[in-house]
Ligand binder design. Sequence first.
Ligand SMILES: [Cu+2]
Length: 223
Amino acid sequence: MSRSKTIGVALSSVLLGAGVLSLMGFGLASAQPHQPALTATPTGTRGHVALTISVYPDSQFGGNRGTGGAHPDWVSYSNDNLVVPANSVVDMTVKQYDSGGELNNSVFGNVFGTVGNTMNVNGKEVSSWDPTSIGHTFTLRGISGDGTRLMVSVPLPFDTNKGAENNGGGVEIAPMVVKFSFKTGGKGVYQWNCEFPCGGSRQGQFGEAMSTYGYMSGTLTVK
Ligand SMILES: [Cu+2]
């Protein structure tokens, strides 16, 4: 085989591989989000909408079903497909039912990108949380078509109301109630995920629920 032909064959197999990969990527993207949309509702305050989600130590916690599916024993957000209007203020409530531990990156113990750079935990306004006592984080980011950047991150404290370990019989126990607001800009699909390594024993706790779409991740569609 001539050198140029060899290069040609090699190049075409790389291109074919890339094509297959991008098709797979397209397939994944089209398959997501896999839950029905949870659409924010008007609060009555002009320009504000409300959105409430939960985080469970497992996707069957309290009889609730997380975004789970194939792995009901994995940690899970209640919803992976959030929808909010453009150019609005989203008043968000996250009910955190899980235990937790120490962040591997203490940066995510800080609140950023919310209105006032604060969050309200069980009625108390704070701008950060002890990085050794975190259950999960809600970390949203992305740039929309019109260049709007969203970067919002909120640590969701270890549930000291308790909690995960008392989950016998599916009885729902008081969560940590975390409230914060953030502003949306232009239309687009933004990604969010958790930055607390909660994904089981694999890959430094970043496997399983952390690396499988829909448990510790989802989209925020601004439209
Ligand atoms: Cu998590």
